[in-house]
Design a protein around this ligand. Structure first.
Ligand code: PLP
Length: 496
C-alpha cells in the first residue's frame, strides 16, 4: 500500500468507524453466531497476491462485524465497561505510526518522558497520595501496563523479591552469593500472598506467577462482601501458626462481582499489630472503580489509604474513556520494581541508562518492548479535560442510581442484594411463593433461596439469549444474582 492508497483506505476506514459508532446502538449487542462461524468464511490459505483495501474492508463488514460483541453499545451492561473514544483512537493511530518498542529511554525519549508526565497527571487527577508521583520523596511513579492482571502479577513478583531480600539480609546473607541463592528458594517456599474471595482472579494468578502460596480471606453478604479486619486477622494468624510468611495483600476498591470496597482503614490497623505484618506489601486493585476518583466527591477513598499502601492500579480502559490497553500502575518506591526486574545484558546498556538519570520502563514490567500508550491517555485528558471526565463518571454513576431505583420500585419482583455503587446494581429475582407468603422483601438480609436462584439464572439467560441487552449473572456467598452496569461512552438514560 503506497501513500496515496493509504490515504484513500484510511479515509474510507475512518468513515466506516464513524458509521459503526453511529449504528452500534441499533445493533444486537450479542452476535447471533455459533462457535466456529468464521472459519468457513475465510480462505483456508493466505493470499499469494496482494488484495486491495476495498475488498479487505468489505470483509470487515460481512465477516467480522457479524461476530462482534458490541462492548460500545449502550445496551452492553455486562462485566464492566470497556470504553473507547475518538481521541483515544487518534492516540492509537499515532502510536502505531511511531511504533517503537521503547524499552529504554534512548529507544524513544518522547515515549518514556510522556509516560512519566502523563502518569503524574493521572495521579493528580485521581488525587492519589503524593508518594505515587515520580517527583515524590519516596521515589514513586506510575507505569502503563497492558492489563490489571499484568500489573498485579508484576507487583506480586516485586513484593516477593523485596520480602525475600529483607529476610535473607536479616539472616546475615549477602545478595549474589551462592548461600543467598540457595536459601532464597527455602524462604520463598514459605511465602503467602493474600486476597479476599472477592478479589479478581488476577490476585491468585499473580501468586501463581510468583511461584508462591495463596490464601484467601472469606467475605459475607452481611459485610457487603467487603474484606474486614477480623477475617483478615484470622488468615494472618493461621499463616503464623503454620510457619508461613504473608508477603503480599491485595485489597480491592470495587470488586468484580459487586463493586465492594475492602475496609482499608481497619485493615491498615490490623497490619500494624505485628512487625512481620507491617512488612506485607499492600496493593490496591481499583481496576474498575479507581476511575471514580477523578470526581472530587469520591476522592476521600484515596485519602483513606494514603499511608501504608505500596501500590495502586486502575484500568483507564474500563471506565475512563481510554481504549484497551491502558492499565495504570503506581508504586510508592520504584526501586522495589526495578531491583526485582532489572536484568541488563550488555546489548541493553547505553550511556544514559548507565548514568542512572533516565527511566527505562523495561525495568518496571515483565515485557521488554512497550507501546506508546501515553499518547492516547494524553489525548483523552486534553480532549475531555478533567471536567469532561468527571462528567462522564458522574453521569454513569447516575445511571446506576436510576437503575437501582427502578429495581427498588418493583419490590414485588426483585430485590437488591449488595449496596449499589459505582454505577453497578446487583439484584435477584424474588421467589414468588415467598413474596405471596410475605416472607420476602421485609428483611435487609437476602436469604438463600433455591427458587430465587434458579429464576434469577433463567431470566439472566433469557435476556442474553435475546441478544438486545447483555448482562452478567454471578453467585455471591451462595446467592445467585444479576449485575447490571452501564458505563461506556455511549451510555444514555433512555437505555436504562
Ligand atoms: N481487577 C478487577 C477488580 C477487575 O474487575 C478486573 C477485570 O474486570 C481485573 C482486575 C482484571 O483486569 P484485566 O482484564 O485488565 O486484567
Amino acid at each position: 500500500m503506497d501513500r496515496d492508497q493509504f490515504k484513500t483506505a484510511a479515509h474510507s476506514a475512518i468513515d466506516d468507524i464513524i458509521n459503526y459508532f453511529d449504528s452500534v446502538p441499533e445493533r444486537r449487542v450479542l452476535p447471533a453466531v455459533e462457535p466456529g462461524y468464521l472459519r468457513p468464511l475465510i480462505p483456508e490459505n493466505p493470499p499469494d497476491e496482494p488484495e486491495n483495501w476495498a475488498q479487505i474492508q468489505k470483509d470487515v463488514d460481512t465477516k467480522i462485524k457479524p461476530g462482534l460483541t458490541h462492548w460500545q453499545s449502550p445496551n452492553f451492561m455486562a462485566y464492566f465497561p470497556a470504553c473507547v473514544t475518538y481521541p483515544s483512537i487518534l492516540g492509537e493511530m499515532y502510536s502505531a505510526t511511531f511504533t517503537a518498542p521503547a524499552f529504554n529511554w534512548l529507544c524513544s525519549p518522547a515515549c518514556t518522558e510522556m509516560e512519566t508526565i502523563v502518569m503524574d497527571w493521572v495521579a493528580k487527577a485521581l488525587a492519589l497520595p503524593e508518594c505515587f508521583r515520580s517527583t515524590s520523596e519516596t521515589h514513586g511513579g506510575g507505569v502503563i501496563q497492558n492489563s490489571a492482571s499484568d500489573a498485579i502479577a508484576t507487583i506480586i513478583v516485586a513484593a516477593r523479591e523485596r520480602r525475600v531480600r529483607e529476610l535473607l539480609l536479616a539472616e546475615g546473607l549477602e545478595e549474589g552469593t551462592p548461600e543467598y541463592e540457595d536459601r532464597k528458594f527455602d524462604v520463598q517456599a514459605k511465602l503467602v500472598a493474600i486476597a479476599s474471595d472477592q478479589t479478581h482472579s488476577s490476585g491468585a494468578k499473580g501468586a501463581l506467577v510468583a511461584g508462591t502460596r495463596f490464601r484467601s480471606v472469606s467475605t459475607r453478604l452481611e459485610d457487603n462482601m467487603e474484606m474486614t479486619a477480623p477475617r483478615l486477622r484470622e488468615v494472618l494468624e493461621k499463616c503464623d501458626k503454620d510457619g508461613l510468611t504473608p508477603y503480599h495483600l491485595t485489597l480491592t476498591l470495587g470488586t468484580t462481582n459487586t463493586c465492594a470496597v475492602d475496609r482499608f482503614a481497619e485493615i491498615k490497623a490490623v497490619l500494624q499489630e505485628k512487625p512481620a505484618w507491617q512488612r506485607i506489601w499492600v496493593h490496591i486493585d481499583a481496576a474498575y472503580a479507581g476511575a471514580s476518583l477523578v470526581a472530587d466527591e469520591w476522592q476521600y477513598i484515596a485519602q483513606n489509604f494514603a499511608e501504608g499502601v505500596d501500590s495502586f492500579n486502575t484500568n483507564m480502559h474500563k471506565w475512563l474513556l481510554v481504549n484497551f490497553d491502558a492499565s495504570v500502575l503506581f508504586v510508592r518506591n520504584r526501586l522495589d520494581l526495578t531491583s526485582a526486574l532489572d536484568i541488563t545484558p550488555t546489548y541493553l546498556r547505553n550511556p544514559y541508562s548507565d548514568m542512572g538519570n533516565v527511566i527505562d520502563y523495561r525495568n518496571w514490567s515483565i515485557s521488554l518492548g512497550r507501546r506508546f500508550r501515553a499518547l492516547k491517555i494524553w489525548f483523552v485528558i486534553r480532549s475531555y479535560g478533567l471536567n469532561g471526565m468527571k462528567a462522564h463518571i458522574r453521569k454513569t454513576i447516575g445511571f446506576g442510581d436510576l437503575f437501582a431505583g427502578l429495581v427498588r420500585g418493583r419490590s414485588d419482583l426483585f430485590e437488591i442484594v449488595t449496596k449499589p455503587g459505582f454505577g453497578l446494581t446487583v439484584f435477584r429475582v424474588k421467589n414468588p411463593q415467598a413474596v405471596s407468603n410475605g416472607a420476602s422483601g421485609s428483611s435487609d438480609r437476602v436469604a438463600k433461596d433455591d427458587v430465587a436462584d434458579s429464576l434469577t439464572k433463567k431470566i439472566s439467560e433469557l435476556v442474553n439469549t435475546r441478544g438486545e441487552i447483555f448482562i452478567t449473572s454471578t453467585a455471591i456467598d451462595g446467592v445467585c444474582v444479576i449485575r447490571v452496569i452501564s458505563g461506556n461512552a455511549l451510555a444514555e438514560e433512555k437505555y436504562i
